[in-house]
Design a binder for this molecule. Structure first.
Ligand SMILES: Cc1cc2nc3c(=O)[nH]c(=O)nc-3n(C[C@H](O)[C@H](O)[C@H](O)COP(=O)(O)OP(=O)(O)OC[C@H]3O[C@@H](n4cnc5c(N)ncnc54)[C@H](O)[C@@H]3O)c2cc1C
Length: 448
């Protein structure tokens, strides 16, 4: 049994600023140098978002337990493309993307697919998605997402160093490559929006592309080079290393599935799991694509769906680009990693239950050969992951409107790795009752 009733005896302690290696500047923020409420925080979900939230909370001096039915980093955070995508704040729904959708849907193994049996359930989500694609909202969403993505590279460099795994995170540029001038020109809107928000973008043509990245095939004649990005060479390893660091700071991680909760008038008093009951002061819901039903239990209904994505990883490709490379036409990302060369991307709507269609992953193999001549694919591994996505491309970050001690941190779509550390700082501020230093109103749980 997980019953931790003895926790409640010590629920509110006054602790010193140096406890658990916390940052004493946080106490200065609330004008209180020496005291703060120590709370029992339960984080649901040991993906990159949950583990980052747990780590920040334990560093703030709280008693933190993470619950997950699997080991850390086995969900969507296992197999992503590893890009610390500082400038990926352009929302998924935009006039340009919506114009491409009909063409993409004609190719069953192309960048976008819908399982047609799932379409009736998806239609309300799609309607909201299309509505969010107007120019005014695109600019507002980009500005909101940038508050999460902008500090990502520095935050990860610092976190990885603290965790003793600095080599897992690399600062880098990243390139979008194109075969046709037409596709290159169509991407100009996204790139100009990035530049308006301060991102440094270079335009490369002809031989300049291959001079920068000689592994690419000759037919890639156009590229945008985005500076000041980063990547991890091992997304699963990064989650596990941060989880180990969290444990070393006194955090606890348990394997169980959260099924339900017990409630007081304005708070959740305990979580019910398949391994017993756990009393808690604060709940942080970071269960990725599975967060919808639990969010409903905790007082809010959100139109969360999943964009299923795929990867193949080649252990001995014989070709290793120096930096992450995005195919501008086919919308997949290639990242040099510790375990090989990873091709990741594509979007498939089909819900959380349907089995994977690995033909979509294998389609990336052929595209890889087209991009990097002579590439070896022997021994490749394939994977499918569930991106948690709201139709307005914004995550849900904030307190439950119904239960004061429940905080949401899910729905980070294509940028969950990138946005996790800043999300975690916000969650730590909310746990402490402080006002986050960025505007979190765009992420509010009851916006739908
Ligand atoms: C192909 C692909 C490429 C991507 N590339 C990038 C990239 O380059 N850069 C980037 O920033 N992002 C990328 N992403 C997105 C990123 O991987 C996700 O946004 C991120 O992993 C989501 O993290 P999470 O912690 O919210 O969810 P998850 O990693 O899925 O973690 C959620 C956890 O909650 C647990 N859980 C769920 N329900 C319960 C329950 N009831 N009880 C207990 N545990 C529960 C699950 O077991 C899981 O471990 C990519 C995604 C895909 C699919």
């Amino acid at each position: 049994m997980l019953s931790l009733s003895r926790w409640r005896q010590t629920r509110i302690l006054l602790i010193g600023a140096s406890a658990m290696g916390m940052d004493s500047s946080m106490d200065k923020d609330i004008g209180c140098e020496t005291t703060r409420k120590r709370r029992h925080v339960t984080v649901v979900g040991a993906g990159i978002v949950g583990i980052n939230c747990a780590l920040q909370a334990v560093k703030s001096g709280h008693v933190v337990v993470v619950l997950d039915r699997e080991a850390p980093g086995q969900g969507c955070s296992f197999g992503n493309a590893g890009l610390i995508a500082r400038s990926s704040f352009v929302p998924l729904s935009s006039p340009r993307i919506l114009a491409e959708v009909p063409k993409w849907l004609l190719d069953p193994l192309g960048p976008l697919a819908i399982r047609w049996t799932y379409l009736p359930r998806l239609i309300p989500w799609l309607v909201r998605f299309v509505r969010a694609g107007n120019l005014k909202q695109v600019h507002q969403t980009a500005a909101a997402l940038q508050t999460l993505t902008d500090p990502s590279v520095e935050l990860y460099q610092q976190l990885a160093k603290e965790a003793g795994v600095g080599s897992l995170v690399r600062a880098s540029d990243y390139i979008y490559v194109f075969e046709t001038k037409k596709a290159f020109a169509k991407a100009a809107f996204d790139m100009e929006l990035r530049e308006q928000l301060g991102v440094r973008v270079e335009r490369l043509r002809g031989g300049e592309v291959r001079d920068l990245e000689p592994t690419l095939a000759d037919h890639f004649k156009f590229a945008y080079r985005l500076l000041d990005h980063g990547f991890t060479v091992d997304p699963e390893g990064l989650v596990k290393s941060l989880a180990d660091h969290f444990r070393r700071l006194g955090g606890d991680i348990r394997r169980c599935e959260v099924k339900d909760a017990e409630f007081g008038p304005r708070d959740v008093t305990a979580l019910i799991t398949d391994d017993g009951r756990l009393e808690t002061d604060v709940v942080v819901l970071a269960a990725g694509a599975y967060s919808g039903p639990l969010a409903r239990t905790f007082g809010v209904t959100v139109p969360l769906d999943t964009e299923r994505g795929y990867h193949v990883t080649l252990p001995d490709p014989g070709v290793m680009p120096k930096r992450p490379v995005m195919s501008g036409e086919r919308k997949f990302l290639v990242t040099p990693m510790a375990m090989g060369l990873r091709f990741a991307g594509t979007v498939e709507f089909g819900g959380v239950v349907a089995p994977a269609n690995y033909a979509r992953a294998r389609a990336l193999l052929a595209l890889g050969g087209h991009m990097f001549p002579g590439i070896r694919t022997d021994g490749y591994s394939e994977w499918m992951g569930l991106r948690p996505t709201l139709p307005d491309s914004l995550p849900v970050i904030g307190s439950s409107p119904k239960f004061d001690n429940v905080i949401f941190a899910f729905g980070h779509q294509h940028i969950g790795l990138t946005a996790a550390p800043k999300t975690a700082q916000i969650i730590a501020e909310l746990i402490d009752g402080r006002t986050p230093n960025v505007d979190i109103r765009p992420f509010r749980p009851n916006r739908f």
